[in-house]
Design a protein around this ligand. Sequence first.
Ligand code: SF4
Ligand code: SF4
Length: 452
Amino acid sequence: MKTSNCVGYNQITPIIKVVDYCNFHCNFCRYSNNPHKSSMTFQTFKTIVEKACDYNISNGCYQLSITFHGGEPLLWGYDNFVNAIVLEKELKIKYPQLDIRNSIQTNGSLLNDRWIDFFSENNFDIGISIDGPEEINFHKGDTGNKTVIENIHKLSQKKCKFGILSVITNDHAGWADKYYEFLVEHDIHSVGFCYCMYDEDRQITVSNNILTDFLKQFFIRFYEGEYQLNVREFNNVFKLCLGLRTGSCSFSKRQRCGNFFSIRPNGDMYFCDPYSLETPPLGNILTETFASIKAKPELLKIIAAAKEGALKECGNCEIKNICGGGCYRSSSLDGKNAFCETFKSLYPYIEKVVRSFSKKCRGVIELHLIYLEPMSSMGYNRAKTIMSNGERILVSMNGLYDSKKIECKDYPVWDGDRYDESWSSDSWQDSHRNQIVNFKCLHDIYNTQSQN
Ligand code: SF4
Ligand code: SF4
């Protein structure tokens, strides 16, 4: 097992905009009509990766999560991606403990066998931007959903690690069932939802009423269905309801704001991922370091505003330990999260389900460790728990409960009371990782329930 002091708050996660243009023309996207099309030089990419690596290692964190982003990142070209892997291999020779993870967010239209084999061989997590069935999907090019769906089928056939990211809009009203069936039909097993503000005028992609109805109805299908599905937002709520920690920054009480930087092709760096191309940069990575940018008053001011906003608005909220105030980028000028109404309705609803789930676990209250299996294309939301008497039991993170006891000799048992938050990026991939998490809280939850 790797040794690292990385706890998620001391690592830089670069979101690298290898190009800032796209072959699609989505109306809500700032890159679709960007007149200043530019592409990152490989030297700039190299500088970013080396400096991020230096920063993380000097903070005791031998991990680096790289997100290839855009615009449409495949427009950067195949050779650059090959060179990126060569660079990473060189860094791993220099720092044998270093663990680099790659992810890419793409519209999926340019994928072909060569790309898919490359991403598969190099263990990329692939996120496809698609909002659901054709009628409610606004991420589409000249051929509509067709090419993207064909490529999703290829990813599935080749058993690649992939999921979709869907922007939820008012057009999703009444579409939760069809959205769920769309996932089943196309063999999609991992999904993240994006509901956000999308421009400097603080427009939101979806109203709270529509979002709440959509998520609740989708949750019912998810929870009652047999289909193996990882839903990023639901998994985060599950973990937090059970007293576990989640790596997703938007559920982390904004403690991780200031560790994610998007970097434009010319090296300009920004807090997180700004909504406007006109946002002034914090600095440029070609002439500065991550440490110097992290110390800048402009950034410290943003981080303070993020934390103060959450404290002010959420201080007395009954569900603040689950919600954490949501993403700072969805805060209105008064500091209130634009989706607060949805959170207040949805999270207690899910919590109720989780608590009834933990109650069902009467037979396993002695367990103290849980081992989430490595992601596999079909079974990644299964978890194997280890009971203190050495027996194991299968529990599914979607709430379904399988009391079948299984042999456990293939699985190591670690000492309790430790978290391995080694992979705590704000992405759907998070729940695909091996994680060791303390599970004593289940006992506490059960006891609380017994007393009530
Ligand atoms: S539900 Fe609203 S008030 Fe409560 S923690 Fe979340 S954003 Fe803050
Ligand atoms: S919580 Fe929001 S603003 Fe903060 S790092 Fe995450 S995505 Fe960015």
